[in-house]
Write a protein that binds this ligand. Structure first.
Ligand code: C6P
Length: 406
């Protein structure tokens, strides 16, 4: 992978921040966008802008074709059986909410159990608390000392009445990559459905929904070079056929009378109103860009970068990192704390050196509680990061330590 060449495609990486060259290490929050994605969106608005699935004019046809092509590209990316299984949503969060509202809300009063984990982002906890308040039991699988999922705990909690097991593929705090196949098998053996939050995996590694054997999977476009406001829910077609619509209105209908409406076929049954057409087109350009590099190469590059980062961090005294020590078992997300320095102070001082990282609870407060940390500082890498960026970060942390006398 030619990182220098890749960097050149990202206009924002030429920016100076506080007089210093930007070192962007916050891609787990959102990735930067290459000129190919920005141009695809601009090209759509300049040349093909029209609403989709409505107008018979040329522009309408072209916009519809571009939007549906984006769906095909996404279906191929994750090896869905057909593009009918791809629902465009705003983000991973909305995808999870769609499953919660359309599949589980109508059956919540019948009881049963949903299982999530302590390792989840709030997006894979809070919607289930809502469903829990409607009658389904909610349980959480714990985390082991080596930052993996406690499979013994899962085997204990799961029972014949379990309706859903929902877990993150890759943790946005620990970097841990969970053994999806193992969890999927346990879920299905117990008659449960299985959902994957792939917000931190689809951007970084090959993901095949058939190999993972999941019923639902969600991810966001903005974490994988695409624009904000576009995300994906994958669901097996049989589930989509049986699920209630999420939003009601235009475009999700076949025929409307004053008393009764026949809903549209999947996937459009779940895409009420004018969709994010430019977002889908931008996401397609992002997937095309990532495909040109190749997801195996991306994973290899990030594993190497993670290994290097962990090695460099281990040389820092009074800096604690969280997550598996084996780079092959995790993503390039390094959460850390400097002794006696609040993560927000560390992140602000790094920002003064042009280095952008995230600090705070990382939308994973239950995991913070488990770690015994109120907050963490978190550096996360992507295709445009290299060893120089990690060296800048480690040098920056040394400076912060000196300033605090750590
Ligand atoms: N995590 C982070 O800085 P949305 O906001 O819907 O695009 O993605 C939600 C989400 C769901 N699951 C996981 C594992 C995630 O990491 C995220 C987003 C960002 O860690 C923003 S809070």
């Amino acid at each position: 992978m030619d990182v220098e060449k890749i960097k050149a495609d990202f206009p924002i990486l030429k920016r100076k921040i506080n007089g210093k060259k930007l070192v962007y290490l916050d891609s787990a929050a959102t990735s930067q966008k290459p000129v190919q994605v920005i141009s695809a969106i601009k090209e759509y608005y300049e040349n093909r802008n029209a609403n989709v699935s409505r107008s018979v004019h040329k522009l309408g046809e072209e916009a519809t074709e571009a939007y549906e092509n984006a769906r095909k590209t996404v279906a191929k990316l994750i090896n869905a059986n057909s593009e009918k299984e791809i629902i465009f949503v705003r983000n991973a969060t909305e995808g999870i909410n769609l499953v919660a509202y359309s599949y589980f809300l109508p059956v919540a009063q019948a009881g049963g159990k949903i299982i999530s984990t302590v390792m989840e982002h709030h997006s894979n906890i809070v919607p289930w608390q809502f469903i829990n308040s409607m009658g389904i039991d909610l349980k959480f699988v714990g985390v082991t000392k080596d930052f993996g999922l406690d499979m013994e705990n899962l085997n204990k909690i799961i029972s014949a009445g379990t309706k859903l097991v929902t877990i993150t593929h890759a943790s946005n705090v620990l970097g841990t990559i969970n053994d999806i196949n193992q969890v999927s098998k346990i879920a299905h053996d117990n008659g449960s459905l299985f959902m994957v939050d792939a917000a931190q995996s689809v951007p970084h590694m090959p993901v095949d929904v058939q190999k993972l054997d999941c019923d639902f999977l969600v991810f966001s476009g903005h974490k994988m070079l695409g624009p904000t406001g576009i995300g994906v829910l994958y669901a097996k077609e049989e589930h989509l056929e049986n699920m209630k619509p999420f939003n009601y209105g235009g475009d999700m209908i076949k025929e409307v009378g004053l008393e009764k409406t026949a809903f549209n076929d999947v996937p459009w049954k779940f895409e009420a109103g004018t969709p994010n057409i430019a977002g889908a087109i931008g996401l397609k350009a992002a997937v095309d860009y990532l495909n040109r590099i190749g997801f195996n190469s991306i994973r290899k590059h990030e594993t190497k970068l993670t290994k290097y980062s962990l090695g460099e961090f281990s040389k820092l005294d009074n800096v604690e990192t969280y997550g598996p020590s084996d780079a092959t078992k995790r993503g390039c997300v390094i959460s850390f704390n400097i002794k006696n320095v609040h993560p927000h102070d560390a992140a602000s001082l790094l920002d003064r050196q042009g280095i952008a990282i995230r600090s705070g609870h990382a939308c994973a407060q239950p995991l913070m509680e488990w770690l015994g940390a109120k907050a963490v500082a978190r550096a996360s890498g992507y295709i445009y990061n290299d060893k120089n960026d990690i060296d800048a970060l480690v040098g920056g942390i040394e400076k912060v330590k000196r300033m605090f006398g750590v």
